[in-house]
Ligand binder design. Sequence first.
Ligand code: MF3
Ligand code: CO
Ligand code: CO
Length: 261
Amino acid sequence: MNCIIKTESEIERMKTSGKIAAEVLEMIEEYVKPNISTEEINNICHDFIIKKKAVSACLGYHGFPKSICVSINDVVCHGIPNKNQILKSGDIVNIDITIIKNNYHADTSKMFLVGKTSTLSKRLCKIAQESLYKSLNILKPGIPLYKIGEVIQNYVENNNFSVVKEYCGHGIGRSFHEEPYVLHYKNKSNIILEKGMIFTIEPMINAGSHEVKCMKDGWTVKTKDHSLSAQYEHTVLIIENGCDILTWQKNETIPSKLINK
Ligand code: MF3
Ligand code: CO
Ligand code: CO
């Protein structure tokens, strides 16, 4: 049975998994440049994950055909890597990595800005990342789960962008997706955060309308109005007085452990 509160030994394994997922994003940075195909990016990540003696949780997940998700411009999430899809200057690209190591999952994603990008693209990515960071800055035992959605929606809408409602953050551990489910918009979840909970926060932010549609491939989700979309995701552990970002990367502007008094 999955418990919403992880044991010490589960937490140790989750830290190991989180570190590997973060390393994939650190490693792939130098390759995310004009003229590479999304399939090549997939293959480089796949080989790196295998080298770490881990496996991709995405490959074969409900039939997903590749090892990572790569979502470009108006693709909101779950983009399928393809050899004919070539990055070009101006693209904004989300790479979403979920790995399994010692039976425990870690899930993280970030945006890459390819070549010279527009002012709007840069602002959208910045607001998406800051919305995640602002939610991380309130996490501690005793806080109700609904606060996360409140902080994210308020921040995003104050910046004239919109929050996608169809996809949410999730508890994570032995399973890819488990309780608690974490909405990124205003809601009434009564769940109270406790030490030892591990879940993702992964807001998807659109430059235009919040509405999305799934393509005929059954996976690729795009904005309905073809506006740009950006997403950042971390796997976080609730600790005494704050949170530990298990998928923290070396180049981030926030510390890996946040004390939220
Ligand atoms: N990584 C996604 C999440 O954040 C899920 C991807 S499922 C896949 O929950 F099958 F598309 F890989
Ligand atoms: Co996730
Ligand atoms: Co993810």
